[in-house]
Design a protein around this ligand. Structure first.
Ligand SMILES: C[S@@+](CC[C@H](N)C(=O)[O-])C[C@H]1O[C@@H](n2cnc3c(N)ncnc32)[C@H](O)[C@@H]1O
Length: 272
């Protein structure tokens, strides 16, 4: 695994100082173990108002797994750029992709020091022919991400760009669109954009977002499905379009039923 950036334990220690942080709160909702009291407090502030956040977090992981399997399998993608990776959990992008195609290459990007520390141990290639790398960078600067990824990915070949549950961290809507388009512009024709985000589609989720921000966590901006659709401008959105995560190519549970809709929408699109 390559480390392309500011891998500094003192910086990490300084940042883990009781301020709730998205990656660890997300890990709490996913049922993981990597969180601090401040993260649990912020996580519970959300759950109290909107218990639907827990199924959303868990369904989003299932969405990621289905998407990566689809891209690696049906679309023949061998390279993945997973931006806003999160703490390693079950079935990370490289495990799913390399389970389909052992030679898959994955570049992870995040700016959380705890994600960096875990990535060193856990986000390593599961196959000798594949590769993983980690870019410690802020996605507000896409040029740094692209420069870091170039060390591992071949930008002459198709790449799946992934923004999975991260774009609400960008407060300004135009800036969010610009971040996505700058990364998509850097990858060649035949590449894909896979994206989901929490949506402002229930009163509870919007109120919960307010309670969460009051705990000291950085506000997460919930957008409408229409606003998310603009991320795919110039691309061909594949069936079934931008839909609630549980409706994207669902795999029925043991009873043959699809899980309930959640307040998160996602889609996969191909760059012509
Ligand atoms: C809600 S988690 C989603 C994690 C993962 N993509 C998933 O689907 O489980 C959001 C992630 O975005 C990361 N993040 C937030 N702001 C970021 C930024 N400005 N640059 C890079 N990563 C960021 C957080 O550290 C966190 O790991």
């Amino acid at each position: 695994m390559a480390y392309t950036a500011r891998d500094n334990p003192r910086r990490a220690a300084a940042k883990i100082n009781g301020v709730p942080h998205s990656a660890r709160i997300w890990n709490y909702w996913l049922g993981g173990r990597d969180h601090y009291p401040a993260d649990r407090e912020a996580g519970e502030a959300w759950i109290t108002v909107d218990p639907g956040i827990v199924p959303l977090a868990r369904q989003s992981r299932r969405f990621l797994i289905r998407v990566v399997r689809f891209l690696a399998g049906e679309c023949g993608i061998r390279q993945f750029l997973d931006i806003g990776t999160g703490l390693p959990t079950m079935q990370n992008t490289h495990e799913v992709a390399q389970g389909v195609t052992p030679g898959s290459k994955i570049v992870y990007v995040d700016n959380d020091p705890m994600v960096l520390a875990h990535a060193r141990a856990l986000l390593t290639s599961t196959t000798p022919e594949g590769a993983t790398a980690y870019v410690d960078a802020d996605f507000h600067d896409p040029d740094v991400i692209i420069a870091g990824a170039r060390g591992v990915l071949d930008f002459a070949e198709p790449i799946a760009v992934m923004f999975m549950g991260v774009l609400g961290h960008v407060a300004d809507y135009r800036e969010m669109l610009s971040i996505v388009s700058r990364v998509v512009d850097a990858v060649p024709s035949g590449s894909y954009l896979a994206l989901w985000d929490g949506t402002n589609t229930s009163r509870e989720i919007v109120r919960a977002g307010e309670a969460y921000a009051n705990t000291g966590a950085v506000r997460y901006v919930l957008r409408s499905p229409n606003e998310l659709t603009r991320c795919f401008e110039g691309l061909r959105i594949l069936d079934p379009g931008l839909v609630t995560l549980t409706r994207w190519r669902p795999e029925p549970d043991g009873n043959g039923a699809a899980p309930e809709p959640v307040h998160g929408y996602g889609a996969v699109a191909r760059k012509p």
